[in-house]
Write a protein that binds this ligand. Structure first.
Ligand code: HAM
Length: 428
């Protein structure tokens, strides 16, 4: 009998990995919520024309990588290769782009017929955010800060670097493309075949080439920065100033051109050296002209998508996964009379420590068995509330996984002390 296997480039996530994904997703979603982004759920199938028009008919994505088929009504449909086009289509169709700013996020599978390797799959997941209706660099900075706060939630800021560029207006880009074509035309004989094919239709794609000889030629090529229009240059300078103010580090990389045609002005990639060739964990940029191209009103927009498969790889590679077990903080009231006070404290801790799981001991409060349960829960911090603590207006804090003496912490300092203990625990 023939045994079936998953389609090449498509994976099963077994319970352990799925559990990791779920906890990563919930942390990312928490950040989306904290920044005021509303979730939008979008179809997996869209009309093929949507992607041809938005991503561009000369891009690799549209020419070579789409899963396209004709349905029973002879309509050409495509499994979405990315989320921006569908999200903007939905925003226009549902009137979210008129006289308002739409802050949206989505997640789910995308499909691209690429050559599979570690970190690159044919079905992969993205979590994306799009802001429609804002033209200024302040919103670019807000989106990058949202990314930054996601990295912070996983303690990944140190291993990711933000590469920024501006592609300018379509007119500036066209002038640049002509200059680049003119320059590379002189060396056509030395170019690799793929770059030669790109030269007449999409010369900026060549800037991404990994072929050493081509890369050498590119070292002397004209750079887009010199062709930027004044408005785009001011926008970019404004964004850099805001990022400096937020202390978000970045490098300006004029070679970031992105593989999709809809971008204008700001583009960016968050890259890492930890994942080999598939080094972009999150990417995006502005697409101010796309709404009109899709028959909508002239509204500016910007967004990003992070690759869940790559984020999950990073998190497990660097052992940054959320702690196992069921609790981070285990609170034990040492008598029934103290239970209401303990429940109030648990509520306060949950409100103030959004990332930590707070569990209050239930049932009889024999200290020995309660401590055993605390240990089994996986908690790093145990808080003991007894008569003496209640009388002194504090709580006893015990750190289960660190070699530190237990101590009495005053009520007013509990949140700060638990926070500090959890931070030490995550970094240790
Ligand atoms: P993209 O750069 O094509 O942009 O994809 C975004 C992210 O998805 C990449 O940085 C990478 O982490 C992940 N990714 C892409 N292809 C694969 C793959 N084959 N396997 C695993 N992960 C992959 C976009 O899709 C744009 N829609 C981003 C955007 C949103 N721009 C504006 N708004």
């Amino acid at each position: 009998m023939k045994k079936f296997q998953a389609v090449r480039g498509m994976r099963d996530l077994l319970p352990e990995e799925a559990g990791l994904w779920r906890s990563i997703e919930s942390r990312v979603q928490q950040q989306m919520h904290a920044f005021g982004y509303g979730e939008i759920r979008l179809p997996l199938l869209e009309s093929t024309e949507l992607f041809v028009r938005s991503v561009g008919d000369v891009t690799d994505l549209v020419k070579k990588e789409m899963y396209t088929f004709t349905d029973r009504n002879e309509d050409s449909l495509t499994l979405r290769p990315e989320g921006t086009a569908g999200c903007l289509r939905a925003a226009i169709e549902n009137g979210l782009v008129v006289n308002q700013t739409a802050r949206l996020w989505y997640s789910g599978p995308m499909f691209r017929h690429e050559r599979p390797q570690k970190g690159r799959y044919r079905q992969f997941e993205q979590i994306g955010a799009e802001v429609i209706g804002e033209a200024g660099p302040d919103i670019d900075a807000e989106l990058l800060e949202l990314c930054w706060s996601i990295w912070q939630a996983f303690d990944l800021e140190e291993v990711l670097s933000l590469e920024l560029n501006s592609l300018g207006t379509p007119a500036a880009r066209q002038a640049y493309q002509q200059a680049l074509q003119g320059y590379l035309q002189q060396y056509i004989a030395e170019l690799d075949q793929a770059s030669r094919d790109c030269l007449p239709v999409n010369p900026m794609r060549i800037l991404d080439s990994k072929v050493p000889a081509t890369r050498e030629l590119l070292a002397e090529a004209p750079v887009l920065t010199d062709f930027l229009d004044q408005e785009s240059a001011d926008h970019f300078a404004g964004l850099c100033r805001l990022l400096d103010g937020l202390h978000i580090p970045y490098v300006i990389n004029p070679r970031i051109v992105r593989g999709l045609d809809y971008y204008t002005k700001t583009v960016f990639e968050w890259t890492t050296t930890k994942l080999g060739a598939q080094n972009a964990i999150c990417s995006g940029g502005r697409y101010d002209g796309l709404s009109e191209l899709l028959g909508g009103p002239a509204v500016p927009a910007i967004g990003f998508a992070l690759g869940m498969d790559r984020l999950a790889l990073m998190v497990s590679l660097l052992k940054k996964q959320p702690p196992s077990g069921v609790a981070d903080v285990y609170l034990i009231p040492l008598s029934e009379e103290l239970r209401p006070q303990a429940l109030q404290l648990a509520r306060k801790l949950r409100l103030e420590l959004t990332f930590e799981r707070i569990v209050c001991h239930t049932g009889h409060a024999k200290i020995k068995s309660a401590m055993k349960k605390a240990d089994r829960s996986g908690a790093a911090v145990v808080l003991l509330l007894g008569e003496a603590e209640a009388f002194a207006g504090g709580i006893t804090m015990k750190l289960l996984r660190q070699d530190v003496e237990q101590k009495l912490v005053p009520q007013s300092e509990i949140v700060a002390e638990v926070k500090a203990a959890m931070r030490r625990n995550h970094s240790g």
